[in-house]
Write a protein that binds this ligand. Sequence first.
Ligand code: CUA
Length: 337
Amino acid sequence: MKISFRKRGVLIFLIGVLLTGCAGSPSMLAPHGAEAARVAWLTWFMFAIAAIVLIVISVLLWKAYQRSQREVGEEDLYGNDRSTLRNVVVGGGAVPIVVLLVVMGLGIGIERANNPLNASSNHQIDIEVIGHQWWWEIHYSNENFDTANEIHIPVGQPVTIHVTSADVIHSFWVPELHGKIDLIPGQTNTITLEADQAGVYRGQCAEFCGAQHAHMIFLVVAEPADEFAAWVDTQSKAGVEPEVGSLEQEGQQAFLGSACVYCHTIEGTNASGKVGPDLTHLASRYTIGAGVLPNTPGNLAGWIINSQSIKPGNRMPPMDLSAVQVQALLAYLATLK
Ligand code: CUA
């Protein structure tokens, strides 16, 4: 079969377009931590082995094809029995066994290096992550505060993440920092995260968990130690009470007087619901709706009024609030830094 020059060009173009999907953030091939670097190294190693196997098999196929085109006798075509047997034993048995054993050994070694069994004992920071349909509850165990959909870590310091689920199986994955770990109801799994560079790394649920699985996003914010300490300090405190008679206080009253309190917690107020994300420091977060929208007043207003039109199936019902109430509510929520 001959492929025309033009068809070849189209083919190369299409492959190029597909390969651009491998670039950009978040890519597990662009690691930003020791754990992810090991995973990426193993990926390239296996890719190299697969490439070598492909080349060898292609050459052998080509040779076989050429031989079949020649006028030859039966014996010549099939070789003698002894060399055939040798090829089967070596090519079909010994080589694959060696390759698989090497890859398995490397895989086990990397797994052990990435998740030391007693990680928490030498790690300073323990973070609990609880998966919900479809958001991430985050609890800082040592400092004892809650947040959601956003994990802050100090650069260059390993932290231990303990994961579990409140409903179905989810999977915690930050491609640039580590491999995946499943969140299983009734069981706690641990994983180590470490970022070698400050930045915001996107995380994603990697196990199908229902209609909004693709919109179960979180961010890992890696920052210098002092910025991280300042963040922890703010997060562990309750919000500032709004001034009496202000728009913000009107907003707080609208919040506390509506159904919001049954599902959300705001430390320092009567709102202590556990169904949805803790909102004590909502205004400090980059996104709302578990990474669905940037945290801006406009998006927040849309989310409060009818989040079902943004993320259908999520557990937050549409809110029947007047425009004046929404304005006051937005002013109040903006104070929750
Ligand atoms: Cu949670 Cu997919």
